[in-house]
Write a protein that binds this ligand. Structure first.
Ligand SMILES: NC(=O)c1ccc[n+]([C@@H]2O[C@H](COP(=O)([O-])OP(=O)(O)OC[C@H]3O[C@@H](n4cnc5c(N)ncnc54)[C@H](O)[C@@H]3O)[C@@H](O)[C@H]2O)c1
Length: 373
C-alpha cells in the first residue's frame, strides 16, 4: 500500500501494523467531477478549488505529525471529524505525542523518512507539511538533515500533493525574516538572513521550501499555502529542546537558575498552540496561496518572559545571563493584519494563560523531565 523510495522507513510500529492487518481500510475510489481526481471517502465529494473550502470529512496527510505542533494538529483534525495519515520518522518527535490516539479507523502513523521519495496510495485531500527539526538545538545538531528535509523532503511531499491533487500547506517560519530590519514583520518583508551562519541551515531551508512551494504552484498548478509560524508553545514541548518557554518552565519549576541569553532585551512573541493550530487549519481551508503570518503579536522581552514564568510557577529561582547565540534575532513580532482580514483569525490565549494551561496539561513532572541544568 505504501511504497518507499530507497527502502528506508517502511512499515514499522503499531500503527503500521494496523495498516498491514487491514484495520485502516482503503476507501473506495470514486472519480472526481472531471473524472480525473480521487474522491473523498465520505460525504459529498468536495474538492479544492476556489476560495473557502467547505468543511467536510477530508483525509489529511500530516508530515511531522508526531512532533509538538504536528501532534496537536492531528488531534484537532481528528476532533473535527477528519482522517489523518501521520508521516514521521521520529527524528525529533515521539510516539508519546500520538499514543493517546486510539482510532485505527481514522488515524495512521507511518514511520517514513521524507528525505527519500515516498508514495501514499490513499486519496488525500490536504497535505500539512510540518516535518523539520525546529528548535535551534535540533537544527544545529542536524544541519544536513535540516537542509535535506527542507529541500528533498519538501520536494517529495509537494510531489505527493501534486499526485493526489491535494491542497498543500507548508509550515514555514518567522526565521525567514532573520534578524529583521523591519518591525513588526509583514509578509511583504523579504528578511535579513545570514545564509552561512550556523542558523542558516534552518532559515535557508525554509526559504528554499517557500520558493519550491511557489514554483510548484506557478508551474505545476499545485494548490499551495504557506504559513509563517512564529514562536509557539504548549504541552508536548520537550523540556530539553532548548527553546525559551520549555527551558524557563523546566528551570523555574525545579527552582534552578533561569538562563536568559544576553541581557534579555531581545523580544519574541509567543503563540499558544491551540491558537496556532486554529490559524494553520483556517489558512489550509482558505484557498489563499501567498505566505501568511500566524503568531501572537503580543511582544515580550526574554527578561519579561522569565519574570512571567517565575510568577506563574511561583518560583524563587534567580535569573542568570548567558552569552547570546550567533545571529540571535534582536526582535520578533508578527504583523497579523493579513491573517485577521483573510481568515478572521487572531490569537485568544494570553502568554500567562498559555503558561498556566501548559503546566496544567503537561504536569510538573513532565516539564521538569530530563536532567535539570
Ligand atoms: N514550534 C514553533 O514554535 C515553530 C515556529 C516556527 C515554525 N515551526 C515549524 O513547524 C513545524 C513543526 O515544528 P515543531 O515545533 O512541532 O517541531 P518538532 O521537532 O516537534 O516536530 C517536527 C517533526 O518532524 C519530524 N521529522 C523531522 N525530520 C523528518 C523526516 N526527514 N521525515 C519524517 N519526519 C521528520 C520529527 O520527527 C518531528 O516529529 C516545523 O516545520 C517548524 O519549522 C515551528
Amino acid at each position: 500500500m505504501i511504497r518507499t523510495g530507497r527502502g528506508r522507513g517502511g512499515l514499522r510500529g503499531p500503527r503500521s501494523r494496523a495498516l498491514r492487518d487491514g484495520a485502516w481500510r482503503r476507501w473506495p475510489h470514486r472519480p472526481g467531477p472531471r473524472g480525473r481526481r480521487e474522491a473523498s471517502p465520505e460525504g459529498p465529494h468536495r474538492r479544492l478549488r476556489g476560495r473557502g473550502y467547505p468543511a467536510a470529512v477530508s483525509t489529511c496527510l500530516v508530515t511531522g505529525g508526531a512532533g509538538f505542533l504536528g501532534s496537536h494538529l492531528c488531534d484537532e483534525l481528528l476532533a473535527r471529524g477528519h482522517r489523518v495519515i501521520c508521516v514521521d520518522n521520529l527524528e525529533t518527535g515521539s510516539l508519546a505525542n500520538i499514543e493517546h490516539i486510539r482510532d485505527p479507523e481514522r488515524f495512521l502513523h507511518l514511520n517514513l523518512d521524507i528525505i527519500d521519495p515516498y508514495h501514499i496510495d490513499e486519496p488525500v485531500d490536504f497535505v500539512y507539511h510540518l516535518a523539520s527539526p525546529a528548535s535551534p538545538i535540533d537544527y544545529l545538531r542536524l544541519p544536513l538533515h535540516t537542509l535535506k528535509v527542507g529541500s528533498y523532503g519538501t520536494h517529495h511531499t509537494l510531489g505527493v500533493a501534486k499526485h493526489k491533487r491535494a491542497r498543500f500547506l507548508l509550515a514555514s517560519t518567522s526565521e525567514v525574516y532573520g534578524d529583521p530590519l523591519e518591525h513588526p514583520q509583514p509578509e511583504t518583508y523579504w528578511g535579513h538572513v545570514n545564509p552561512i551562519g550556523p542558523r542558516g541551515v534552518y532559515d535557508e531551508a525554509k526559504r528554499y521550501a517557500e520558493a519550491l512551494t511557489m514554483a510548484y504552484h506557478r508551474q505545476q498548478g499545485v494548490d499551495t499555502a504557506i504559513v509563517r509560524i512564529f514562536n509557539s508553545f504548549g504541552p508536548r514541548m520537550r523540556p530539553l529542546d532548548g527553546r525559551a518557554v520549555p527551558t524557563f518552565l523546566r528551570q523555574a519549576l525545579a527552582n534552578r537558575p533561569i538562563t536568559v541569553f544576553g541581557d534579555g532585551s531581545q523580544t519574541r512573541s509567543f503563540c499558544y498552540v491551540s491558537d496556532e493550530i486554529r490559524g494553520i487549519i483556517a489558512l489550509a481551508e482558505s484557498g489563499y496561496h501567498d505566505p501568511v503570518n500566524v503568531g501572537n503579536p503580543d511582544e515580550f522581552t526574554l527578561l519579561e518572559l522569565a519574570e512571567t514564568v517565575k510568577q506563574v510557577t511561583g518560583s524563587t529561582a534567580e535569573i542568570v545571563h548567558e552569552a547570546l547565540p550567533v545571529d540571535d534575532p534582536k526582535q520578533r513580532k508578527p504583523d497579523i493584519t493579513l491573517a485577521r482580514e483573510l481568515l478572521g483569525w487572531a490569537p485568544e490565549v494570553s502568554l500567562r494563560d498559555g503558561l498556566q494551561l501548559t503546566i496544567e496539561r503537561s504536569g510538573v513532572e513532565l516539564l521538569v523531565g530530563g536532567s535539570p541544568s
